[in-house]
Ligand binder design. Sequence first.
Ligand SMILES: [Zn+2]
Length: 114
Amino acid sequence: MHEASIALSVLEIAIDNCRKAGYNKIESIRLKIGRASGIMIDALLFAFNAVKADTIAAEASVIIDEVPVSGLCSSCGKDFVTEEKYILCCPECSNTSFNIKTGRELEIIDMEVS
Ligand SMILES: [Zn+2]
């Protein structure tokens, strides 16, 4: 499962950052996840709950900021944002030539430690 390996690497990075900062407990982790990243948030949270057991993040909650997909159309020049997971064409002019600007993120934005 894709989400299990992502959960594990998020956990490892979080633990590493926490230890480097001289703390030994993670209270919460805030993640930024783009809608076009292909990550299923429910599956990720489920996987995270499984991998965090018996670590310094055992009681950590995960907060997820979902980033909508947005892009810039090369044809009409419009910036657009969509609620969809995928963009097949520009919502303004239906041209298929555009650049995705946001929606593929996967990063830890911040953490609370103690
Ligand atoms: Zn357009």
